[in-house]
Design a protein around this ligand. Structure first.
Ligand SMILES: C[S@@+](CC[C@H](N)C(=O)[O-])C[C@H]1O[C@@H](n2cnc3c(N)ncnc32)[C@H](O)[C@@H]1O
Length: 430
């Protein structure tokens, strides 16, 4: 029996996510799946992201019909059960027989023929869910509890709800000709909610446009755009932790005459950054920021640190199943090392923007507090003053500045704001 290209691709991606540290969004956007038709690519995205968003709900639904713990199942069997049960429980337009038979076929093709009968029997017992489970149950309890304690119960609920839906793609541009070109390519846009130069996709196939293919636009969440804009203008700029380069691109747009050094640890990601951001004023280096390959000072530095990514679960849902609470202290120590190294390269009067897409205080204010104790030459600049500046020069479209501020920091919260959860602190070297 044949399996559809969409289910075959979804199975392959979910297997990679289950058995390696790959991210579904990167695989979905990779060249391997770029030849799928628009409709098939849409279905693969729906299947992969749906399974990852609702994974715990799906596992609970079929675990009842299996007489051994799910941890004892082969990953191929587990993934086929998730793929089948997501279609049966959550999607209206998929015929039952296609969801069941193709999952059985995918198990057989992966070499687990002996489990095919069990997969068939279990999926036949599953019914469509006649209610949408609360978004909180599709998140680890410890994570929801933290958000409830650190923000509020209402905010935690909003975060969970936001995480369960595909975020609308956004991009940043000051180029009105590009917007006209996209309109001619049947791309319907709406204005960004946070920023004046941001656009949000209403309808159309953005990845298939010439502008997207030629890297003249990069899809980037509005909160991530805002962080890059916080950096402002400088005569020398260092972008630590730069790939894939969404923020580097905005720094380059806003500082066309400034030499920008963009550093990225992984050579493959540095090469991708070079490809995506080809502006001649950007110099890309592949290096570890903790052993800085430069002996210079900069007046603007961006440290967009590697982090848990709990502010991006709508686009990276696998993070919620991979992350453990105990990972946070390891991340904090790493972030502190990176920030400490960047601080050595700030010129007198220079500024550092430290940011993460994490909702966790360990990776955010705690890193800043410790870094300031270790480096008393720095102090925090109130992010409110910078946001007011951006509001008065028309760059910030969002009216309620208070809601974007926690203490002296920028703090966006998914669902509370229409974007990913980003933290940013502005530090100045006295
Ligand atoms: C949050 S991502 C940066 C996103 C990027 N600023 C953007 O807007 O597109 C963090 C990046 O830091 C890189 N990284 C991790 N450790 C690093 C280190 N020690 N030195 C330099 N880069 C590092 C990771 O490979 C990853 O690409």
């Amino acid at each position: 029996m044949k399996t559809s290209p969409a289910r075959t691709a979804a199975f392959e991606i979910l297997m990679r996510v289950e058995t390696t540290d790959a991210y579904a969004s990167e695989l979905l956007n990779s060249s391997r799946f770029s030849r799928l038709s628009t409709a098939d690519h849409g279905l693969v995205t729906e299947l992969v992201m749906g399974v990852l968003r609702w994974c715990s709900v799906l596992d609970n639904a079929f675990a009842k019909h299996i007489n051994k713990p799910l941890t004892k199942l082969d990953p191929e069997v587990l993934v086929a059960l998730r793929l089948g049960s997501y279609q049966l429980s959550f999607l209206d337009r998929i015929p039952r027989h296609a969801a069941i038979n193709e999952s059985v076929e995918l198990v057989k093709r992966s070499g687990k023929t002996s489990a095919a009968g069990m997969v068939n029997a279990v999926l036949r017992k599953l019914m469509k869910l006649h209610f949408r489970p609360p978004a909180e149950v599709a998140h680890p309890e410890w994570m929801v509890k933290r958000w409830s304690d650190n923000f509020s119960a209402a905010a935690a609920q909003k975060i969970c709800e936001y995480d369960q839906h595909p975020p609308q793609p956004a991009f940043h541009t000051d180029d009105s000709a590009l917007v006209t070109e996209l309109a001619e390519d049947a791309i319907e846009l709406e204005p960004g909610k946070l920023l004046k130069s941001s656009f949000v996709l209403r309808s159309g196939d953005l990845p298939r446009t010439a502008a997207f293919r030629d890297h003249r636009l990069g899809v980037q969440d509005e909160a991530s755009q805002l962080v890059a804009i916080l950096v402002g203008t400088g005569t020398t700029i260092l972008d630590c932790c730069a790939a894939p380069g969404g923020k580097t691109r905005i720094l380059a747009e806003q500082n066309p005459k400034t030499n920008i050094v963009a550093i990225e640890l992984h050579p493959r990601r540095a090469a991708l950054l070079k490809k995506l951001v080809s502006e001649s004023n950007v110099q890309v280096l592949s290096a570890d920021v903790r052993a800085m390959p430069l002996n210079r000072q900069f007046d603007r530095i961006l440290v967009d640190a590697p982090c848990s990514g709990t502010g991006t679960l709508a686009r990276n849902p696998e993070i919620k199943w991979r992350l453990k609470a105990e990972d946070l202290s390891r991340l904090e120590a790493y972030q502190l090392e990176i920030l400490g190294s960047a601080m050595k390269h700030a010129a007198m009067g220079g500024r550092i923007v430290y940011s993460t897409c994490s909702l966790e205080p360990e990776e955010n204010q705690q890193v800043i507090e410790k870094a300031l104790t270790d480096n008393p030459a720095f102090h925090v600049i109130d992010a409110r003053s910078r946001l007011l500046e951006l509001q008065s020069n028309g760059e910030l479209a969002w009216k309620d500045i208070d809601s974007l501020i926690t203490g002296p920091y920028l703090r966006t919260i998914p669902g509370v704001h229409p974007c990913d959860g980003f933290f940013a602190a502005i530090l100045e070297c006295k």
